[in-house]
Write a protein that binds this ligand. Structure first.
Ligand code: SAM
Length: 251
């Protein structure tokens, strides 16, 4: 991301200032909350992707039901883990076309705008949507032509795929050569059996992604340069944490 005066020039002073207010988690929460109320309760726009059960789909079984319960996490502070490092990469411009897969609410999109990217160039794609900024769709078969985006962000979404390598191939397809991919997944010290006991069902895919190396492996030869690697330290392995990788691709 270029320096702040460049962002100010590109966005204009008013837009730049308003977007910067969204850096404050509480303000972002209120803005996203008001829009949530408007779109969900006044306009009745909440809808979910029609998972055709006749077709073999790699979407994990409880994905939509589980994430509908988490829809109120409106500021999505966790997205800082990917958005902040993404926002300082010199290779990405203010005007970068960004695809945000699995944002759930608008919080992640507004967080990207707060960090300098143009809101009009940010597209969301999710199995759940109430927002005109988030298209309903499945990351395994996306409704975008090849090379449509300069950056794709997958925040805590790959873990809902029973075939993450297929999702990764699809992500590479829609990302331009030299573009950037940012992936975050949860590290959880509990076994899948313990999680089922605790939650009552399995919230994600049957096989868990357990390391940053595993994330990179999914993208295989497309991985060009790794900018950011957030691993869970050995001493923190018994707590819930985050595995995050940001890399460019060559194709
Ligand atoms: C745990 S939420 C992540 C929300 C936010 N990105 C964050 O970091 O907290 C996962 C989101 O991914 C979406 N999702 C799961 N599988 C998907 C798929 N196959 N295609 C598109 N979105 C998917 C879910 O509907 C949900 O909104």
């Amino acid at each position: 991301m270029p320096n702040p005066s460049h962002i100010r020039r590109k966005k204009g002073l008013l837009r730049y200032t308003l977007d910067q207010l969204l850096l404050v988690d509480l303000i972002r929460f209120v803005v996203v909350g008001v829009r949530y109320f408007w779109f969900v309760h006044v306009r009745g726009r909440l809808s979910t992707y029609d998972v055709n059960t006749d077709v073999q789909t790699p979407i994990a079984t409880n994905t939509i039901a589980h994430n509908l319960k988490g829809l109120r996490d409106l500021a999505v502070n966790r997205s800082h883990m990917l958005v902040r490092p993404l926002s300082v990469l010199e290779t990405l411009d203010t005007q970068a076309r960004i695809l945000c897969i699995g944002p759930r609410s608008e919080g992640e999109l507004f967080n990207l705008a707060a960090h300098g990217f143009m809101l009009k160039n940010i597209t969301g794609l999710d199995l759940i949507s109430y927002s005109p900024r988030v298209l309903l769709g499945d990351m395994h078969t996306m409704p975008f032509p090849d090379d449509s985006f300069d950056a794709v962000i997958l925040g805590w979404v790959l873990a809902y795929s029973e075939d993450p390598a297929r999702a990764a191939r699809e992500v590479v397809r829609v990302t331009r050569n030299g573009g950037v991919i940012a992936v975050g997944v949860e590290h959880n010290p509990l076994s899948q059996e313990d999680i089922i006991r605790q939650v009552g069902y399995l919230p994600g895919a049957s096989k868990r992604i357990t390391s940053c190396a595993e994330i990179l492996q999914l993208f295989g030869r497309a991985v060009h340069h790794v900018y950011f690697n957030h691993v869970v330290a050995e001493s923190d392995k018994d707590r819930v944490g985050s595995l995050c990788v940001i890399f460019s691709i060559a194709k």
